[in-house]
Write a protein that binds this ligand. Structure first.
Ligand SMILES: [Zn+2]
Length: 141
């Protein structure tokens, strides 16, 4: 199924992430800092066993995504995953807020808002990426 988000990356996004890469937070663990330098990617944060990075190219690089290869890097390009990185990343990098999609008049609330786990931001929604709304996509005729 096609994502309703289309392409969430832009030349502006590339510039913002490149700028942030040049000035990374000082409190990062040394290992994360070295992987970030190697991947030229912004550290976004960990989940249970892997660590997520956002590359200036708009790709999501995940360290240790494959449990059997903790040093391996898996790259994803699907728009929802990129969007999740942007939403999550705003906590640490407020400059990313300018890259979030802007809600239009035809957008609708995401159904995740009805669930406390999502509404309280304790789980990440794979439809809206945590924004709480979805753009309406009309089927092409
Ligand atoms: Zn949602």
């Amino acid at each position: 199924m096609a994502s309703p988000w289309g392409d969430v990356w832009s030349p502006q996004a590339e510039r913002v992430v490149s700028r942030l890469l040049a000035d990374m937070p000082p409190d990062l663990p040394a290992e994360i800092r070295s992987v970030a330098a190697r991947l030229r990617a912004l550290p976004i944060g960990p989940d249970l066993w892997s660590y997520y990075f956002l590359q200036a190219s708009g790709e999501v690089a995940v360290l240790g995504y494959d449990l059997d290869q903790p040093e391996g890097v898996t790259v994803f390009t699907d728009p929802v995953r990129v969007l999740i990185m942007l939403v999550q990343g705003t906590r640490q990098y407020p400059e990313l807020i300018q890259l979030l999609p802007i809600r239009g008049p035809n957008s609708v609330d995401c159904r995740c808002l009805a669930h406390p786990l999502f509404a309280e931001r304790r789980a990440i929604c794979w439809e809206c990426g945590g924004l709480g709304w979805l753009p309406i996509v009309h089927a092409s005729t």
